[in-house]
Write a protein that binds this ligand. Structure first.
Ligand code: ADP
Ligand code: MG
Length: 494
């Protein structure tokens, strides 16, 4: 087990308690209540319908696709799906919120309790921990203020206004920055498998409000602070670390933690107070009179369930049991949906199934392919080598055409030229040879040129065997079948 994380204060140890509210932008072509596009990167205010601009008399119409995505996400998190839910107005003024309220779901969210399993050590199933999900609700995103475009004016871009967000609220179940990091990565992975959010944290498709409190181990929950809109896993972890030690300092010097909203400053790696915490009643929530409650039929739920793919945990277990992969390999290959898809296309292309090909293929992907992609600054989606070409290479190793060393050479040429391995082997004569006559002739030459070492070997210096293998392989430009070389050398030296 991974040992528990503690903050060491002057007066003893403190436990950190973390709960995350993740805002995930729903993958849908149109916004939550309007037909305007959600495409990223458009000119400011190019994607604003009359509904998003809150023109008088405009009425919201729920986008079915957004409801589908929230329900599918809930199902993927093994959560309670609420067949009756409702939208509420959360009232406040802000220049990027033309309606003067945000449509959200406070009282009757579409998804209730669920869970996410995280692995604290991806080599070790026993490091698994379950983090509870409190709820998922649907709400509108706001627009964006631009304060740096003009010396004395601020601008507003309403492209995001009305885009659907899922707010995924965890229980206060995490106990260290690492657990919070693992939780966000796992949640992101699941959302990307499901296809309900692209998980792009740099573009703001996923951001977290980070709730942190500290307590003496075993004591009741302490007062929390909430650090808003943190947009990378690294920053989330840094915010927790900073905030936990700040709270410990406050408590140890006799102060009290104030429940408040803070912001994270990535440049100074610190959190700062933004405003005192507002309560639900401050927002004058009430049911939105323009929208009917949402009632989900069994047929609708079946449709959502039927469109879910195999999820990362199930895939990881299947890779271990059916394909004989190590826990580590299974975990690496299933962490990102694109990697799993690439690996499965490779397996399909080999036309084989079971542990033998599973292990060979996974080892090749993880060491050779990932190594090369890293070196070239590419990802699996921009890989210069296709899964089908990878399968062809593995087949050439399996049938003895290529030794391990030759396969690496061929792979390098594939990366450079984009040619298939079969063509490369043919055109460059890189085939491994088991031609005993040719190998014997080379061995004879090697032994003749190293008569002194042959004498030493025969008088008991066994270690020299490797030297003869090396010389023979070198003379044959790496193309001799190593097993045959071994056999023939043993005979020649006996
Ligand atoms: P709000 O919406 O006002 O922020 P919630 O009760 O919905 O309040 O809680 C928000 C988040 O705060 C949840 O993720 C929850 O797990 C977390 N949380 C609640 N209490 C604590 C606490 N004492 N320490 C850390 N996190 C907490
Ligand atoms: Mg909150």
């Amino acid at each position: 087990m991974v040992s528990s994380y503690r903050v060491q204060g002057a007066t003893g140890e403190w436990e950190v308690v973390i709960g995350l509210e993740v805002h995930a932008q729903v993958t849908s072509r149109a916004k939550l209540f309007s037909g305007a596009s959600t495409e990223f990167g458009a000119e400011p205010n190019a994607q604003v319908s009359l509904v998003d601009a809150a023109m008088p008399g405009m009425l919201p119409v729920p986008n079915r696709e957004c409801i589908v995505q929230a329900v599918r996400t809930g199902m993927a998190l093994q959560a309670q799906i609420n067949t009756w839910s409702r939208f509420d107005r959360k009232n406040y003024f802000y220049a990027d919120l033309p309606q003067g309220y945000q449509i959200s779901q406070l009282y009757h969210p579409i998804v209730g309790e669920g869970l996410i399993e995280i692995l604290l050590d991806d080599k070790d199933e026993s490091s698994a921990k379950q983090v509870g999900i409190e709820r998922i609700h649907l709400e509108q995103d706001a627009g964006k203020m631009l304060h740096d475009q003009h010396p004395s004016f601020s601008y507003v871009d309403l492209n995001r206004s009305g885009v659907a967000l899922m707010e995924i609220v965890s229980k206060p179940d995490m106990r260290s920055p690492e657990e919070a990091g693992a939780y966000v990565r796992k949640l992101r992975s699941i959302l990307r498998y499901v296809g309900s959010c692209d998980g792009n944290m740099e573009q703001g498709s996923m951001r977290a409000d980070v709730n942190v409190s500290v307590r003496r181990p075993g004591e009741p929950l302490g007062t929390r602070t909430e650090t808003k809109n943190v947009n990378s896993v690294r920053f989330i972890m840094a915010a927790i670390e900073y905030e936990a030690s700040r709270q410990v300092d406050v408590l140890e010097s006799g102060g009290k933690v104030v429940q408040e909203t803070r912001l994270f400053d990535p440049d100074r790696v610190e959190t700062r107070s933004l405003r005192s915490k507002e309560e639900a009643h401050d927002y004058r929530y009430f049911p939105d009179p323009d929208l009917l409650p949402i009632q989900l039929s069994d047929a609708f739920l079946d449709e959502c369930r039927g469109s879910l793919p195999e999820l990362p945990d199930a895939k990881r277990h299947r890779y271990e049991t059916e394909l004989g992969l190590s826990a580590y390999n299974a975990s690496v290959l299933t962490a990102e949906v694109e990697t799993a898809r690439w690996f499965e296309r490779l397996l399909t292309a080999t036309g084989k199934a079971g542990p033998e090909i599973g292990r060979a293929a996974s080892n090749w992907v993880i060491s050779d392919l990932f190594g090369a992609l890293n070196r070239l600054g590419k990802t699996i989606t921009t890989s210069p080598v296709s899964p089908e070409q990878g399968a062809e290479l593995l087949a050439l190793v399996a049938d003895g055409t290529l030794s391990g060393t030759l396969a690496k050479q061929v792979f390098e040429i594939m990366l450079e030229t984009g040619e298939g391995p079969g063509t490369i082997v043919e055109e460059r004569g890189l085939k491994q040879t088991s031609d005993t006559d040719a190998i014997e002739a080379v061995i004879a030459g090697v032994l003749e040129a190293n008569a002194e070492k042959v004498a030493q070997y025969r008088s008991g210096k066994d270690k020299l065997f490797g030297f003869f293998v090396g010389q023979t392989m070198k003379a044959m430009q790496g193309k001799a079948n190593p097993a045959v070389v071994n056999d023939l050398l043993k005979k020649a030296l006996s």
